[in-house]
Design a protein around this ligand. Structure first.
Ligand SMILES: *Cc1c(COP(=O)(O)O)cnc(C)c1O
Length: 425
Protein backbone atom coordinates (compact mmCIF):
# COMPACT_ATOMS: atom_id res chain seq x y z
CA UNK A 1 0.00 0.00 0.00
CA UNK A 2 1.46 3.30 -1.13
CA UNK A 3 1.46 6.03 1.50
CA UNK A 4 4.15 8.57 0.64
CA UNK A 5 2.46 11.01 -1.71
CA UNK A 6 4.53 14.09 -0.89
CA UNK A 7 7.74 13.51 -2.80
CA UNK A 8 8.86 15.83 -5.56
CA UNK A 9 8.04 14.60 -9.07
CA UNK A 10 10.70 14.50 -11.82
CA UNK A 11 10.90 17.83 -13.59
CA UNK A 12 11.24 16.09 -16.92
CA UNK A 13 8.87 13.19 -17.49
CA UNK A 14 10.42 9.73 -17.60
CA UNK A 15 8.75 7.95 -20.52
CA UNK A 16 7.85 4.33 -21.01
CA UNK A 17 9.90 4.36 -24.24
CA UNK A 18 10.63 7.41 -26.37
CA UNK A 19 12.76 8.04 -29.47
CA UNK A 20 16.52 8.42 -28.93
CA UNK A 21 18.18 10.36 -31.75
CA UNK A 22 21.88 10.52 -32.50
CA UNK A 23 22.44 12.85 -35.46
CA UNK A 24 22.82 10.45 -38.37
CA UNK A 25 19.05 10.58 -38.74
CA UNK A 26 19.16 14.31 -39.50
CA UNK A 27 22.03 13.79 -41.94
CA UNK A 28 20.02 11.32 -44.05
CA UNK A 29 16.84 13.41 -43.82
CA UNK A 30 18.78 16.43 -45.02
CA UNK A 31 20.33 14.34 -47.77
CA UNK A 32 16.82 13.49 -49.04
CA UNK A 33 15.97 17.20 -48.91
CA UNK A 34 19.11 18.34 -50.67
CA UNK A 35 18.76 15.78 -53.45
CA UNK A 36 15.04 16.61 -53.70
CA UNK A 37 14.00 13.00 -53.25
CA UNK A 38 11.06 14.18 -51.14
CA UNK A 39 8.91 11.24 -52.12
CA UNK A 40 8.35 7.54 -51.52
CA UNK A 41 11.49 6.55 -53.39
CA UNK A 42 15.17 7.39 -53.11
CA UNK A 43 18.50 6.37 -51.71
CA UNK A 44 17.29 6.23 -48.09
CA UNK A 45 14.54 3.78 -48.99
CA UNK A 46 16.96 1.57 -50.92
CA UNK A 47 19.63 1.70 -48.23
CA UNK A 48 17.11 1.07 -45.44
CA UNK A 49 15.91 -2.05 -47.22
CA UNK A 50 19.47 -3.34 -47.51
CA UNK A 51 20.25 -2.60 -43.86
CA UNK A 52 16.96 -4.03 -42.55
CA UNK A 53 17.35 -7.28 -44.49
CA UNK A 54 20.99 -7.69 -43.45
CA UNK A 55 20.21 -6.88 -39.83
CA UNK A 56 17.52 -9.58 -39.64
CA UNK A 57 19.55 -12.06 -41.70
CA UNK A 58 16.87 -12.10 -44.39
CA UNK A 59 17.36 -11.73 -48.13
CA UNK A 60 14.79 -9.01 -48.82
CA UNK A 61 13.12 -6.15 -47.02
CA UNK A 62 10.35 -3.95 -48.38
CA UNK A 63 10.16 -0.62 -46.57
CA UNK A 64 6.60 0.52 -45.85
CA UNK A 65 4.82 3.37 -44.11
CA UNK A 66 4.38 1.32 -40.91
CA UNK A 67 4.46 -2.20 -39.56
CA UNK A 68 0.68 -2.56 -39.68
CA UNK A 69 0.75 -2.12 -43.47
CA UNK A 70 3.64 -4.61 -43.64
CA UNK A 71 1.52 -7.10 -41.69
CA UNK A 72 -1.42 -6.41 -43.97
CA UNK A 73 0.66 -7.30 -47.01
CA UNK A 74 1.98 -10.39 -45.17
CA UNK A 75 -1.61 -11.50 -44.63
CA UNK A 76 -2.54 -10.79 -48.27
CA UNK A 77 0.50 -12.68 -49.54
CA UNK A 78 -0.24 -15.65 -47.30
CA UNK A 79 -3.93 -15.56 -48.24
CA UNK A 80 -3.17 -15.57 -51.95
CA UNK A 81 -0.67 -18.40 -51.61
CA UNK A 82 -3.08 -20.50 -49.53
CA UNK A 83 -6.43 -19.77 -51.10
CA UNK A 84 -5.70 -18.19 -54.49
CA UNK A 85 -6.37 -14.72 -55.73
CA UNK A 86 -9.30 -13.12 -53.90
CA UNK A 87 -12.13 -11.69 -55.97
CA UNK A 88 -12.18 -7.93 -55.69
CA UNK A 89 -15.09 -7.75 -53.24
CA UNK A 90 -13.69 -10.32 -50.82
CA UNK A 91 -10.73 -10.43 -48.49
CA UNK A 92 -7.91 -12.91 -48.98
CA UNK A 93 -8.97 -14.88 -45.88
CA UNK A 94 -12.76 -14.59 -46.15
CA UNK A 95 -14.31 -16.82 -43.47
CA UNK A 96 -11.06 -18.62 -42.63
CA UNK A 97 -9.88 -19.15 -39.08
CA UNK A 98 -6.38 -17.87 -38.29
CA UNK A 99 -4.47 -18.68 -35.09
CA UNK A 100 -3.22 -15.44 -33.55
CA UNK A 101 -1.21 -14.30 -30.55
CA UNK A 102 -3.55 -13.42 -27.68
CA UNK A 103 -1.27 -11.18 -25.67
CA UNK A 104 -0.08 -8.60 -28.15
CA UNK A 105 -0.88 -5.16 -29.52
CA UNK A 106 -3.97 -5.41 -31.73
CA UNK A 107 -2.05 -4.31 -34.85
CA UNK A 108 -0.71 -7.89 -34.94
CA UNK A 109 -4.07 -9.24 -36.01
CA UNK A 110 -6.07 -6.28 -37.32
CA UNK A 111 -4.87 -7.14 -40.85
CA UNK A 112 -6.34 -10.65 -40.47
CA UNK A 113 -9.70 -8.97 -39.89
CA UNK A 114 -9.16 -6.51 -42.78
CA UNK A 115 -8.96 -9.59 -45.01
CA UNK A 116 -12.07 -11.27 -43.65
CA UNK A 117 -10.23 -13.82 -41.50
CA UNK A 118 -11.50 -14.98 -38.10
CA UNK A 119 -8.86 -14.72 -35.37
CA UNK A 120 -8.74 -17.66 -32.97
CA UNK A 121 -6.46 -16.71 -30.11
CA UNK A 122 -3.78 -18.87 -28.57
CA UNK A 123 -2.99 -18.37 -24.89
CA UNK A 124 0.53 -17.52 -23.78
CA UNK A 125 2.79 -19.77 -21.77
CA UNK A 126 3.69 -18.67 -18.24
CA UNK A 127 7.37 -19.34 -18.85
CA UNK A 128 7.78 -16.90 -21.76
CA UNK A 129 4.62 -14.73 -21.98
CA UNK A 130 4.61 -15.62 -25.68
CA UNK A 131 2.31 -17.91 -27.72
CA UNK A 132 2.17 -21.32 -26.04
CA UNK A 133 3.33 -24.05 -28.46
CA UNK A 134 1.34 -26.63 -26.50
CA UNK A 135 -1.83 -24.57 -26.86
CA UNK A 136 -1.07 -24.12 -30.56
CA UNK A 137 -0.86 -27.91 -31.01
CA UNK A 138 -4.21 -28.24 -29.24
CA UNK A 139 -5.66 -25.64 -31.55
CA UNK A 140 -4.52 -27.59 -34.62
CA UNK A 141 -6.18 -30.71 -33.15
CA UNK A 142 -9.42 -28.76 -32.86
CA UNK A 143 -9.18 -26.98 -36.21
CA UNK A 144 -6.92 -29.02 -38.51
CA UNK A 145 -8.05 -26.99 -41.53
CA UNK A 146 -6.29 -23.83 -40.28
CA UNK A 147 -3.43 -22.81 -42.57
CA UNK A 148 -2.15 -19.56 -41.09
CA UNK A 149 -0.61 -18.53 -37.78
CA UNK A 150 0.23 -14.94 -36.79
CA UNK A 151 2.60 -14.79 -33.85
CA UNK A 152 4.30 -11.83 -32.17
CA UNK A 153 7.17 -11.52 -29.71
CA UNK A 154 6.09 -9.62 -26.59
CA UNK A 155 8.13 -6.65 -25.32
CA UNK A 156 11.23 -7.87 -27.18
CA UNK A 157 11.43 -11.01 -25.04
CA UNK A 158 10.97 -13.88 -27.49
CA UNK A 159 9.58 -17.29 -26.62
CA UNK A 160 10.46 -20.23 -28.82
CA UNK A 161 9.27 -18.93 -32.18
CA UNK A 162 11.32 -21.74 -33.74
CA UNK A 163 9.00 -24.25 -32.07
CA UNK A 164 5.96 -22.34 -33.33
CA UNK A 165 7.49 -22.48 -36.81
CA UNK A 166 8.03 -26.26 -36.58
CA UNK A 167 4.43 -26.80 -35.50
CA UNK A 168 3.26 -24.73 -38.46
CA UNK A 169 5.41 -26.77 -40.84
CA UNK A 170 4.06 -30.00 -39.37
CA UNK A 171 0.50 -28.86 -40.07
CA UNK A 172 1.22 -27.33 -43.47
CA UNK A 173 0.47 -23.83 -42.19
CA UNK A 174 2.23 -20.58 -43.01
CA UNK A 175 3.68 -18.40 -40.26
CA UNK A 176 3.57 -14.60 -40.11
CA UNK A 177 6.03 -13.30 -37.53
CA UNK A 178 5.25 -9.89 -36.05
CA UNK A 179 8.68 -8.85 -34.79
CA UNK A 180 7.59 -5.22 -34.28
CA UNK A 181 8.78 -5.23 -30.66
CA UNK A 182 11.69 -7.61 -31.11
CA UNK A 183 14.17 -6.09 -33.55
CA UNK A 184 17.65 -7.27 -32.63
CA UNK A 185 16.44 -10.02 -30.26
CA UNK A 186 17.61 -13.55 -31.11
CA UNK A 187 16.59 -17.18 -30.64
CA UNK A 188 19.57 -19.57 -30.76
CA UNK A 189 21.49 -16.72 -32.36
CA UNK A 190 18.90 -16.23 -35.12
CA UNK A 191 17.36 -12.78 -35.40
CA UNK A 192 13.69 -12.27 -34.66
CA UNK A 193 12.05 -11.44 -37.96
CA UNK A 194 13.78 -14.41 -39.61
CA UNK A 195 11.28 -17.05 -38.48
CA UNK A 196 8.16 -16.17 -40.42
CA UNK A 197 7.38 -17.14 -43.98
CA UNK A 198 6.52 -13.45 -43.96
CA UNK A 199 7.76 -11.17 -41.18
CA UNK A 200 7.39 -7.55 -40.20
CA UNK A 201 9.32 -5.03 -38.10
CA UNK A 202 8.29 -1.57 -36.92
CA UNK A 203 9.95 1.86 -36.74
CA UNK A 204 7.12 3.40 -34.72
CA UNK A 205 8.28 6.15 -32.36
CA UNK A 206 8.23 4.00 -29.22
CA UNK A 207 10.10 0.98 -30.63
CA UNK A 208 13.73 0.09 -29.96
CA UNK A 209 14.78 2.06 -33.04
CA UNK A 210 12.50 4.42 -34.92
CA UNK A 211 11.91 6.24 -38.17
CA UNK A 212 9.20 8.33 -36.44
CA UNK A 213 7.02 5.81 -38.27
CA UNK A 214 7.65 3.10 -40.83
CA UNK A 215 8.23 -0.61 -41.01
CA UNK A 216 9.58 -3.38 -43.20
CA UNK A 217 8.24 -6.60 -44.59
CA UNK A 218 10.96 -9.26 -44.51
CA UNK A 219 11.18 -12.34 -46.70
CA UNK A 220 13.64 -14.71 -48.36
CA UNK A 221 11.50 -14.99 -51.49
CA UNK A 222 12.20 -12.44 -54.22
CA UNK A 223 8.76 -12.93 -55.76
CA UNK A 224 7.15 -12.14 -52.43
CA UNK A 225 9.27 -9.00 -52.12
CA UNK A 226 8.41 -7.89 -55.65
CA UNK A 227 4.73 -8.52 -55.10
CA UNK A 228 4.74 -6.58 -51.82
CA UNK A 229 6.52 -3.70 -53.52
CA UNK A 230 3.99 -3.68 -56.32
CA UNK A 231 0.94 -3.86 -54.04
CA UNK A 232 2.38 -1.12 -51.82
CA UNK A 233 2.63 1.28 -54.78
CA UNK A 234 -0.99 1.02 -56.00
CA UNK A 235 -0.39 -2.26 -57.86
CA UNK A 236 0.60 -0.62 -61.11
CA UNK A 237 1.21 -2.95 -64.00
CA UNK A 238 4.14 -2.55 -66.33
CA UNK A 239 2.57 -0.24 -68.94
CA UNK A 240 3.07 3.36 -70.11
CA UNK A 241 -0.27 4.39 -68.52
CA UNK A 242 -1.84 3.51 -65.17
CA UNK A 243 -2.80 -0.10 -65.76
CA UNK A 244 -4.32 -2.19 -62.96
CA UNK A 245 -5.11 -5.88 -62.66
CA UNK A 246 -5.48 -6.04 -58.88
CA UNK A 247 -6.22 -3.87 -55.87
CA UNK A 248 -3.32 -1.76 -54.72
CA UNK A 249 -2.31 0.18 -51.62
CA UNK A 250 -0.37 3.33 -50.89
CA UNK A 251 1.92 1.78 -48.30
CA UNK A 252 5.42 2.85 -49.34
CA UNK A 253 7.67 4.60 -46.82
CA UNK A 254 8.69 8.23 -47.34
CA UNK A 255 12.34 8.76 -48.28
CA UNK A 256 12.58 11.29 -45.44
CA UNK A 257 11.24 8.84 -42.86
CA UNK A 258 13.47 6.12 -44.30
CA UNK A 259 16.40 8.47 -43.64
CA UNK A 260 15.55 8.52 -39.93
CA UNK A 261 15.31 4.73 -39.73
CA UNK A 262 18.52 4.39 -41.78
CA UNK A 263 20.27 6.66 -39.30
CA UNK A 264 19.01 4.63 -36.34
CA UNK A 265 20.16 1.15 -37.35
CA UNK A 266 23.80 1.71 -36.40
CA UNK A 267 22.55 2.37 -32.83
CA UNK A 268 20.38 -0.72 -32.46
CA UNK A 269 23.03 -2.59 -30.47
CA UNK A 270 23.62 0.45 -28.24
CA UNK A 271 19.90 0.78 -27.55
CA UNK A 272 19.67 -2.91 -26.68
CA UNK A 273 22.60 -2.58 -24.25
CA UNK A 274 20.88 0.38 -22.56
CA UNK A 275 17.58 -1.48 -22.32
CA UNK A 276 19.32 -4.53 -20.92
CA UNK A 277 21.01 -2.42 -18.24
CA UNK A 278 17.59 -1.00 -17.31
CA UNK A 279 16.08 -4.49 -17.05
CA UNK A 280 18.96 -5.69 -14.89
CA UNK A 281 18.75 -2.64 -12.62
CA UNK A 282 15.06 -3.35 -12.02
CA UNK A 283 15.78 -7.01 -11.45
CA UNK A 284 18.42 -6.19 -8.84
CA UNK A 285 16.47 -3.34 -7.24
CA UNK A 286 13.24 -5.32 -6.94
CA UNK A 287 14.78 -8.67 -6.03
CA UNK A 288 13.49 -8.72 -2.43
CA UNK A 289 9.91 -7.97 -3.45
CA UNK A 290 7.26 -10.63 -4.17
CA UNK A 291 7.35 -9.95 -7.91
CA UNK A 292 8.71 -11.51 -11.08
CA UNK A 293 10.16 -9.67 -14.06
CA UNK A 294 9.15 -10.64 -17.60
CA UNK A 295 10.91 -13.94 -18.26
CA UNK A 296 13.96 -14.53 -20.43
CA UNK A 297 13.50 -17.81 -22.28
CA UNK A 298 16.45 -20.19 -22.42
CA UNK A 299 18.40 -19.94 -25.68
CA UNK A 300 17.04 -16.49 -26.44
CA UNK A 301 18.61 -13.07 -26.14
CA UNK A 302 15.92 -10.38 -25.76
CA UNK A 303 16.29 -6.80 -26.96
CA UNK A 304 14.85 -5.82 -23.54
CA UNK A 305 12.56 -3.22 -25.16
CA UNK A 306 10.16 -3.03 -22.21
CA UNK A 307 10.82 -4.15 -18.67
CA UNK A 308 7.68 -5.54 -17.05
CA UNK A 309 6.79 -7.23 -13.78
CA UNK A 310 4.00 -9.27 -12.20
CA UNK A 311 3.05 -9.26 -8.54
CA UNK A 312 2.85 -12.60 -6.71
CA UNK A 313 -0.79 -13.55 -6.14
CA UNK A 314 -0.64 -13.44 -2.34
CA UNK A 315 0.57 -9.84 -2.46
CA UNK A 316 -2.22 -8.53 -4.69
CA UNK A 317 -4.73 -6.23 -3.03
CA UNK A 318 -8.27 -6.29 -4.44
CA UNK A 319 -8.44 -4.70 -7.87
CA UNK A 320 -11.33 -4.60 -10.35
CA UNK A 321 -11.37 -3.27 -13.88
CA UNK A 322 -14.21 -2.62 -16.27
CA UNK A 323 -13.69 -1.58 -19.90
CA UNK A 324 -12.17 1.79 -19.06
CA UNK A 325 -11.60 2.22 -15.33
CA UNK A 326 -9.80 0.50 -12.54
CA UNK A 327 -10.48 0.48 -8.80
CA UNK A 328 -8.63 -1.10 -5.92
CA UNK A 329 -8.80 -1.35 -2.16
CA UNK A 330 -5.47 -0.33 -0.57
CA UNK A 331 -4.23 -2.91 1.87
CA UNK A 332 -1.25 -3.03 4.21
CA UNK A 333 1.62 -5.07 2.76
CA UNK A 334 -0.09 -5.57 -0.60
CA UNK A 335 -0.46 -3.68 -3.84
CA UNK A 336 -1.71 -4.02 -7.43
CA UNK A 337 -0.74 -2.73 -10.90
CA UNK A 338 -3.22 0.15 -10.68
CA UNK A 339 -1.70 1.39 -7.42
CA UNK A 340 1.87 1.05 -8.66
CA UNK A 341 1.05 2.83 -11.93
CA UNK A 342 -0.56 5.68 -9.97
CA UNK A 343 2.44 5.88 -7.63
CA UNK A 344 4.86 5.97 -10.56
CA UNK A 345 2.73 8.59 -12.34
CA UNK A 346 2.74 10.73 -9.18
CA UNK A 347 6.49 11.23 -9.61
CA UNK A 348 6.04 12.01 -13.34
CA UNK A 349 7.12 8.66 -14.75
CA UNK A 350 5.18 6.60 -17.26
CA UNK A 351 4.34 2.94 -16.79
CA UNK A 352 1.55 1.07 -18.52
CA UNK A 353 -0.68 -1.93 -17.88
CA UNK A 354 0.31 -5.16 -19.60
CA UNK A 355 -1.21 -5.32 -23.12
CA UNK A 356 -4.78 -6.43 -22.50
CA UNK A 357 -5.22 -9.88 -24.05
CA UNK A 358 -7.18 -9.92 -27.29
CA UNK A 359 -9.74 -12.43 -26.00
CA UNK A 360 -10.68 -9.94 -23.27
CA UNK A 361 -11.30 -7.14 -25.77
CA UNK A 362 -14.96 -6.27 -26.39
CA UNK A 363 -14.54 -6.53 -30.16
CA UNK A 364 -13.28 -10.11 -29.88
CA UNK A 365 -15.61 -11.32 -27.14
CA UNK A 366 -17.20 -13.84 -29.52
CA UNK A 367 -13.81 -15.22 -30.56
CA UNK A 368 -12.21 -18.26 -29.02
CA UNK A 369 -8.95 -18.36 -27.12
CA UNK A 370 -7.40 -21.77 -26.70
CA UNK A 371 -5.37 -22.86 -23.69
CA UNK A 372 -2.71 -25.51 -23.27
CA UNK A 373 -5.27 -28.16 -22.24
CA UNK A 374 -7.48 -27.31 -25.22
CA UNK A 375 -9.99 -25.45 -23.04
CA UNK A 376 -11.59 -22.29 -24.38
CA UNK A 377 -10.87 -19.23 -22.28
CA UNK A 378 -13.79 -17.41 -20.70
CA UNK A 379 -15.13 -14.52 -22.76
CA UNK A 380 -15.36 -12.28 -19.71
CA UNK A 381 -12.77 -10.74 -17.45
CA UNK A 382 -12.81 -13.94 -15.42
CA UNK A 383 -9.54 -14.40 -13.61
CA UNK A 384 -9.64 -18.16 -13.77
CA UNK A 385 -11.42 -19.83 -16.65
CA UNK A 386 -12.52 -23.43 -16.80
CA UNK A 387 -9.66 -25.89 -17.12
CA UNK A 388 -6.14 -24.57 -16.73
CA UNK A 389 -5.47 -21.01 -15.65
CA UNK A 390 -6.06 -18.31 -18.26
CA UNK A 391 -2.44 -17.20 -18.40
CA UNK A 392 -3.01 -14.05 -20.43
CA UNK A 393 -5.81 -12.82 -18.15
CA UNK A 394 -3.69 -13.60 -15.09
CA UNK A 395 -0.64 -11.68 -16.30
CA UNK A 396 -2.84 -8.76 -17.35
CA UNK A 397 -4.39 -8.75 -13.86
CA UNK A 398 -1.10 -8.84 -11.97
CA UNK A 399 1.35 -7.18 -14.33
CA UNK A 400 2.57 -3.81 -15.53
CA UNK A 401 5.17 -2.35 -17.87
CA UNK A 402 7.82 -0.26 -16.12
CA UNK A 403 9.34 3.00 -17.36
CA UNK A 404 11.95 1.69 -19.81
CA UNK A 405 13.22 4.75 -21.63
CA UNK A 406 16.88 4.45 -22.59
CA UNK A 407 17.49 8.05 -21.57
CA UNK A 408 16.36 7.38 -17.98
CA UNK A 409 19.29 7.89 -15.60
CA UNK A 410 20.22 5.28 -12.96
CA UNK A 411 19.25 7.84 -10.29
CA UNK A 412 15.80 8.29 -11.82
CA UNK A 413 15.37 4.55 -12.07
CA UNK A 414 16.39 4.11 -8.44
CA UNK A 415 13.68 6.54 -7.38
CA UNK A 416 11.12 4.61 -9.41
CA UNK A 417 12.33 1.40 -7.77
CA UNK A 418 11.98 3.11 -4.38
CA UNK A 419 8.38 4.07 -5.10
CA UNK A 420 7.55 0.50 -6.19
CA UNK A 421 9.04 -0.80 -2.95
CA UNK A 422 6.88 1.59 -0.94
CA UNK A 423 3.79 0.19 -2.65
CA UNK A 424 4.43 -3.11 -0.86
CA UNK A 425 4.67 -1.52 2.61
C1 LIG B 1 3.96 -1.39 -32.58
C2 LIG B 1 3.44 -2.69 -32.96
C3 LIG B 1 2.83 -2.89 -34.20
C4 LIG B 1 2.48 -1.79 -35.16
O1 LIG B 1 3.54 -1.11 -35.65
P1 LIG B 1 3.29 0.23 -36.49
O2 LIG B 1 4.60 0.47 -37.16
O3 LIG B 1 2.93 1.29 -35.50
O4 LIG B 1 2.19 -0.02 -37.47
C5 LIG B 1 2.45 -4.18 -34.55
N1 LIG B 1 2.62 -5.20 -33.71
C6 LIG B 1 3.18 -5.04 -32.49
C7 LIG B 1 3.37 -6.23 -31.62
C8 LIG B 1 3.58 -3.77 -32.07
O5 LIG B 1 4.10 -3.61 -30.85
Amino acid sequence: MYKRKDIKPFEKKVWLASPTMHGDELKWMTDAFNKNWMTTAGENVNELEKIAAASAGMKYAVALCNCTSALHLCVKLAGEKLYGKPVISHGALEGKRVFCSDMTFDATLNPVVYEGGIPVFIDIEETSWNMDPVALEKAFEMYPEVKLVVSAELYGFPGRMDRIKKICEKHGALLIEDAAEAMGATIDGIQCGAFGDYSAVSYNGNKIITGSSGGCLLTNDIEVANKARKWSTQARENAPWYQHEEVGYNYRISNVVAGVARGQYPYLAEHIAQKKAIYERYQEGLKDLPIKMNPVTEGTEPNYWLSAMIIDKEYMCKQVRDDSKSLYIPEEGKTCPTEILEAIASINAEGRPIWKPMHMQPMYRMHECIGKDGSIRAKTNAYIAGGTIDVGADIFERGLCLPSDNKMTPEEQDRIIGVIKECFE
